[in-house]
Design a binder for this molecule. Structure first.
Ligand code: EPU
Length: 343
């Protein structure tokens, strides 16, 4: 394996932050990954780089996970079971599934990043989360190179969360993800407002998975900046979840506040929580479209922070902190950063 020196990571993170890796290696097999783990104690794992903010040069060995390949494990008339190696590009995988008429991932079209990191933050969009179709996640423990295999349940998936962001943070490398997808009678999720509108605008009454994917691609392109053109990491913050008491007070003051009522543990009204779009909070306090030097808040989606060209990670982090403070002072809501901050 070729260990390179002083490599710029600008092309390896969707924020386009120009920091350097002192040493860098691209790994294309589980076997080679095991070898690296056995010989190096201080590693920094890099995948699609779509959910991280780099704030300084990396002195550890940067291990770029480039293990490719898709295999069909089993299929019958109705379903297909696939295992996808972690270095596959997420959107290319989704496009391939649609070309095969495999349903389940169409709402997750155009999400940047690689397959291997999709379970970590349980990527989600337009009413679907990747946990809905994952059957198994496999990988290696970093400390002893031993293999692990987790069922969907063992991954402890939650909103933008999983075991890989908690107990197993920095302890494992995911090498493949397995999915169960439909081959017919696809369960479409089209009730998200913008998807419905887009399908209606195109006069589509009985959408195919390709129609849904096209609608999602259209919506994402119209709202979210293309990381190839303007550096960004998608939603920078999580949508906060607040209690009904707090929500009622806020609604009195801001009658148009958007919200999603989240699942209750039982059917009594007091156990409901309310998820508030952070984009609305940020827009309401006036940050939407604002530029501060080389970074800023996207003009069409306030939840997305952007690097216009040469912003440093710390510029973006300072902006994020300013936003968090303003939201706390105005709404008494603590905005949680969703992106991994690499310090
Ligand atoms: N809104 C505003 N102003 C804005 C942005 C949003 O007022 O600038 C309000 C509007 O009321 C809008 C609502 O927020 O209707 C929801 O906005 P949007 O549909 O764009 O969704 P979101 O809640 O802001 C989440 C995910 C996105 C995902 C979309 C669609 C999180 C943190 N983000 O955003 O995921 O694409 O839903 O399902 O949950 C990502 O994680 O990187 C990401 C892009």
């Amino acid at each position: 394996m070729n260990i390179q020196q002083n490599i710029s990571l600008k092309a390896y993170n969707t924020f386009g932050i120009d920091v350097f890796a002192k040493r860098f290696v691209s790994v294309d097999s589980v076997y080679n990954l095991q070898k690296i783990l056995a010989q190096e104690k201080n590693i920094f794992l890099l995948s699609g780089g779509s959910n991280m903010l780099l704030t300084q040069n990396i002195n550890k060995l940067v291990v770029y996970i480039n293990i490719k390949g898709i295999s069909v494990d089993f299929e019958n008339e109705n379903e297909v079971f696939l295992t996808v190696n972690s270095g596959e590009n997420w959107h290319e995988f989704v496009v391939w599934c649609i070309s095969q008429n495999y349903g389940g991932l169409e709402n997750l079209s155009l999400i940047p990043g690689h397959v291997g990191t999709s379970p970590i933050q349980n990527i989600g969009a337009y009413g679907v989360e990747v946990k809905d179709v994952i059957t198994k996640v496999e990988g290696l423990y970093i400390n002893n190179s031993k293999k692990f295999q987790f069922t969907n349940k063992e991954c402890n998936f939650d909103y933008r969360n999983s075991i890989f962001k908690n107990e197993l943070k920095d302890k494992v490398v995911i090498t493949s993800v397995s999915f169960k997808l439909s081959k017919k009678q696809h369960q479409l999720h089209t009730n998200y407002g913008a998807i419905e509108q887009q399908l209606t605008a195109k006069n589509i009454i009985n959408p195919t998975i390709k129609d849904v994917s096209d609608a999602v691609i259209y919506i994402r392109k119209s709202k979210l900046p293309d990381p190839k053109k303007i550096g960004n990491s998608g939603s920078f913050f999580k949508n906060p979840v607040i209690s009904s008491e707090k929500f009622i007070k806020l609604q009195e003051k801001y009658p148009t506040i958007p919200f999603y009522k989240t699942e209750a543990n039982n059917n009594t009204a007091s156990t409901f929580s309310y998820k508030i779009p952070a984009g609305w909070l940020i827009e309401t306090v006036g940050f939407k479209g604002k530029r501060f030097g080389d970074c800023g808040v996207h003009e069409k989606q306030a939840l997305v922070l952007v690097n216009y060209n040469n912003a440093q990670g710390n510029d973006i982090l300072s902006l994020a902190k300013k936003i968090q403070k303003t939201i706390l002072d105005t709404f008494e809501i603590k905005l949680e950063i969703e992106v991994n901050i690499i310090k």
